[in-house]
Structures are given as C-alpha cells and as structure tokens.
Write a protein that binds this ligand. Structure first.
Ligand SMILES: [Zn+2]
Length: 287
C-alpha cells in the first residue's frame, strides 16, 4: 500500500514537471514565432477588389532607392506641417519650424515617442521629414551624392520617412537611437539603412533615418533582419504569408500587376493595399 502511494506520488510529480515544461515551451514558442512568417496558399475567395493602376504607386510599402525612383504619379497624400501640433510630435522637438511629414506617419511617430517617454527616453528631435522635389534638388546640389539622393530617389520625397535625432548627442550613442533601434518595429517603423545592409541598400549606416512601413511588416523585417529591398523580394517570391503579432494573425498577399484582376478580400476583413514600386501590389489583411 505504502509503495503504491509512493508510486502515485512519483507519477504525480513527473506529470507536474511535464506540464510545467510544456507551459514553458509554449511561452518560448510563442515569443519566437512572434513576427516570423509562415507560408500559406494564395487564396482567391472573397469580395473582388477593383485595384487600379495607380495603386501600384501608392502605399506604405513602396520601395524607393537609387534604382527605383518615385513614380511621377505617386504623390505624398497627407503631408502636413508639424510645428505647433504636439499631437503629431509626441514631445519631440523640431530642428526647423517648417518640417513636414505625412499626417498618418506623424501620428504613429507620436505614439512611439510617447511609449519611449514612458521608459524615460524622451529627448527626440525631428531633423527632417518630407522634402519636395525642389528641396531635394537643392540638398543634392549642396551636399553632393555622398550625402543626398537626387530628387525623386529619396524616401523623404514620399513623406513616409523622417530623420530622428537626440538632443543628448549623436544618434548612434544616444539612448533615443538605441531605444528606436530596438523598439521602432513595434510601431510600424524600420531603421531603413542599418550598418549590416549597406551592400543591399547602397546607403551607408544612418542611425537617424526611419521609414514607416506599418505593422506587421516592420516586425517581420526586424525579426528576419531584412532590408525593404529584401522584404519586397521575399513577398514576391512567397506570394502569401501569415504572421502573428501580439497573438493576432495577419495575412499578406502579393500580386504581380497581371494578377491584380484575381485580387479578392475576404468579406468583413480590414485591409491595406500598397504597391511595391516594382509593378507588384501587396495586400495586408488585418486580424
Ligand atoms: Zn533621412
């Protein structure tokens, strides 16, 4: 009887240990899967979407670099001045009073800056935002090809990128730079020109230049260490992927321009469309 009692106790202990182990593995598994992609089949059921040619040159995922200039029809739609509008700057100071940015991107930046301030990182300075073609031309002439891109080839000409500094000092050393490098992806932003991607981007390390691409794309890029050039290529290759952020599942589908007539959105699903500026269209289905 005693031996049986002992046996039951040993089995119970083993079971308890196994359950704890499974729970731990569950936690780890979830953490590791966060923001990583899973390949899925490209489905075409649901509501038909009338995507137009212009949509190929609009959206948060446009790739603009030395090889792919901004399409002449692509215009920054909601550019506003940031000065005197604290709801758009989240406590950051402005280097110039005439700095402009996409309003949608500025609102996201403000949320991010406020989150950083909660952790005591609150000395942000926005040093550049949207630049129109004339400003970009002037900068290119003044600074030269080593420091600026010609008009139409800079992300600043879209309103989706901004240069963020710190009033504490150089961004590469300041708390603000370190915090952004770690956390910006949670808020839809990516460090566009990292030190280890200069061969891909063709641009040297810029710890201040952040580009808005939106969730879940920013997290996938961060977790998989992909530059925008590589990410767009990955989507083109995989066609359809899914990913989980905060336990919620996103789906991303890629269409070549010829496949756009097949584009469908499941009924009732929130979505975003963006061109990739290379003739493809990316559909993001929100949770
Ligand atoms: Zn910049």
């Amino acid at each position: 009887m005693k031996r049986r009692g002992l046996l039951v106790l040993v089995i119970a202990l083993l079971l308890a240990a196994a359950i704890v182990k499974v729970m731990q593995r569950g936690d780890d598994g979830y953490g590791a899967a966060e923001g990583l992609i899973q390949e899925i089949a490209l489905r075409s059921s649901g509501e038909k979407l009338l995507a137009s040619e212009e949509q190929l040159y609009e959206g948060d995922l446009l790739l603009v670099n030395g090889e792919y200039p901004i399409h002449p029809e692509s215009e920054a739609p909601d550019v506003v001045e940031l000065s005197g509008r604290p709801e758009l700057t989240g406590g950051a100071v402005l280097l110039d009073h005439d700095i402009r940015l996409s309003r949608g991107v500025a609102l996201k930046f403000a949320v991010m800056a406020e989150a950083a301030a909660q952790e005591g990182v609150n000395r942000f300075m926005i040093s550049s935002g949207y630049r129109d073609r004339a400003e970009q031309s002037r900068l290119y002439k003044e600074k030269g090809a080593d420091y600026a891109l010609p008009a139409g080839y800079s992300e600043h000409n879209m309103g989706l990128a901004l240069d963020i500094g710190s009033t504490r000092g150089r961004m590469a050393d300041a708390e603000e730079g370190k915090w952004l490098e770690q956390n910006a992806a949670r808020y839809g932003f990516v460090l566009r020109y990292p030190a280890d991607k200069t061969d891909v981007t063709g641009i040297s390390f810029e710890p201040w230049h952040f580009r808005y691409v939106g969730l879940p794309h920013s997290l996938i890029m961060k977790r998989s260490n992909l530059a925008l050039e590589e990410y767009v290529e990955l989507l083109r290759d995989k066609k359809a992927v899914s990913t989980t952020v905060d336990g919620r599942s996103y789906e991303i589908r890629y269409y070549d321009s010829g496949e756009i007539p097949q584009l469908r959105v499941p009924e009732g699903r929130e979505y975003a469309l963006s061109g990739d500026n290379k003739g493809g269209l990316i559909l993001t289905l929100y949770p």
